[in-house]
Design a protein around this ligand. Sequence first.
Ligand SMILES: Cc1ncc(COP(=O)(O)O)c(C=O)c1O
Length: 434
Amino acid sequence: MCRQQASTFGAAAHNLEPQVSGESTTSLDASTPVVGGPCNREHVTIWCSNDYLGMGQHPVVLEATIKAITETGAGSGGTRNIGGTNKYHTLLEAELADLHHKEAALVFSNCFSANVALLTTIAKLVPGIVFISDAKNHASLIEGICGSGAAKKIFKHNDMQDLERVLAEIPQNTPKMIVFESVYSMDGTIGPIKHVCDLAEQYNAMTFIDEVHAVGLYGSRGAGVAERDGQMHRLDVISGTLGKAYGVFGGYIAASKRIIDCVRSFAPNFIFSTSPPPSVCAGAATSVGFLKSHNELREAHQAKTAHLKMLLRDAGIPMLETPSHIVPVMIGDAVKCKHMADRLLNHYGIYVQPINYPTVPVGTERFRFTPSPVHTEEMMLRLRDSLVSLWHEFNIPLQTSKQPVVTPQQQRIPLSTHEEGIRCVQAMATANPL
Ligand SMILES: Cc1ncc(COP(=O)(O)O)c(C=O)c1O
């Protein structure tokens, strides 16, 4: 990633290769291109990374990774059951079980796979189970639920009345599992974990929460929103990623020993896949351990988020007011969103990915900013000034202070039809021919 992050953490400065638009001459850096002037694309500040705390650049993580790669080599050498379990896999799983105060944890190459494995295994081992899924659940949860072949019911996003309505429709002794997230990554909403757990107890349901966008970031040890809300012990399964706030790679589930043993023994995507490299596990375990006792990074992250929100709000940039670290700036038009993102990158040296259908419904296209402790005040001001200039360039009125703030709950989220989505993609292709 970028030197902006390495500089915060001191010695480990890097000139890493660019990842933007295939430009091999662009270094992702903290240096400041002049606002309003053409950007020479030598310096780009990333504003949409999910390496939320910059741990992917942190010296303790790099050191642990390098030490392990020297010690164990580049790859794991096999599946977990056949040659691919190293001390760093077990170390990481112990660290994660401790993080969530669960009996055990199981590491995968990514959390997409972990979510699918958990859901399909539960469906296999608990015949007749019904999955009760939040309408805004991530693609990995939908994939797991649909692929499992089990019955499913969907409740309106974060709507506890609707969840109760759905639960009440299912016979008390039918096995069921509520599947939801803590931080929803596109709208920045947060699941009402206590209320979900209360209903789960009342209606005899199991609970599975995806804390992918919360682990490392919330709770006194970084175990997520469930830890912050004192609800961790009430959740049957917690999944998380090691590739976002922890800055490395991989995914996991944490649960009772029994559930973990079931997934270990029955999930084909765990059994028949090469395990993550030991060096990756060493880096991830170090990151998880480090963040358990470094609340100051979480505090800095929240402070930077609040500050950016204030800057954008005061400048009249139309933002969804979220309770989390995600800062969605609404554009509402796919072609415009893409053109504006291109302009930000090419002219202002700011990289933010346009978020279009199918990631969000047609009509709610947006930028999704993810401030981090390693973004400086100067970068924030430059972002604000660039966005204001961009709004003028595209002739979009800025919000006045009299206009009401929109929360994700108040925002009318249209459901996109497939046809609408196709039309949008076609419009994009016409506007940006290859
Ligand atoms: C809510 C949610 N769950 C699961 C995943 C998958 O995590 P991973 O990137 O580790 O596969 C993502 C990825 O972005 C996500 O946003």
